[in-house]
Design a protein around this ligand. Sequence first.
Ligand code: IPM
Ligand code: MN
Length: 367
Amino acid sequence: MKKFNLVTLPGDGIGSEVVEGALKVLRTACKQHDIELNIQEFPFGGISFDKHGTPATDEAIEACKESDAVLLGAVGGEKWDHLTGADRPESGLLKLRSELEVFANFRPVKVYPELAHASTLKEEVISGVDILIVRELTGGIYFGKPRETNRSVDDPYSFDTMRYHQSEVERVAQKAFEAASTRNQTVCSVDKANVLGSSRFWRDTVIEFSKKYPEITLQHMLVDNCAMQLIRDPKQFDVVLTSNLFGDILSDEAAMLTGSIGMLPSASLGNGPGLYEPVHGSAPDISGQNKANPLATIASAALLCRYSLGLEQVAVEIEQAIQDTLSAGYRTGDIYTGSESETLTGTEEMCNQVLKALGEFNKAETA
Ligand code: IPM
Ligand code: MN
């Protein structure tokens, strides 16, 4: 029997609801293949600040580093908005990403045919969209030094630094090119090279690095144009490679192609344990009400199986179960359009439907 050690960090708001559901799915899918999961859970984000005075305890970070993979819900919320610096829930997340050195953030944007009409965009524009955003995650303006806010001078000021080292650009570019070689052999590198020196450096570095992958077609696009093209003609994109800040913004935008940000999973990869989290936030407005869409977290659990545990088959089965649940018409509020074939469900029921689909999948296999 194969065994893996996982850490879960449910975090704040809807985080605990979606992680709980995703874990049930993950455990069931693994059990069907005789795989045992040893799971340790820690408070993280605002809830950890309330309990331990820090959003990320050393104990939690150490456990993550020693694990095979980490599944995280979401962090933050109004309750902790007054906090500054390292006390902020978001700082805990950035610290975790940095400590795990998960420099490449994969955000797959795939439109399920069943949800193509649920998007605010026209069905013919988005149906068939299959993009992989590869966002640099441990550098750039999120981490660059120096940074300062000075409110005690005549004209107060604040600045952050967008800095990229060649090695940082190369290692994330490598992940993007590797991913492209298993897809449509195209990488679109997104920057702001018409204005920013750091973007011109990013572009030059990617061009030089791309020589290692002659079979891959490399394109470049300015980030403002990319924001427009994602809405105008998203099907032109395959792998999008970009920096931390641009990737943050573009991935929220791209999420809406799928109908809801509640559908988007992510995998953050480095050379050690991977970090898996839904792209959505803690959604305090609906937390504790059994309304959250758990599918992004369930899909993140599938990515966890694929990239960190080497369990491709389990990943495929979880993804198929999500697909079957959508085909059967089950919808949380964010993807419900009121059509007759749809059944409005809560978080728990959605998870149960995925579990049911998993069971049926297994029965069909062995029949
Ligand atoms: C994300 C989030 C985070 C980010 C926040 C919560 C720090 O928006 O994962 O996209 O900006 O990276
Ligand atoms: Mn974001």
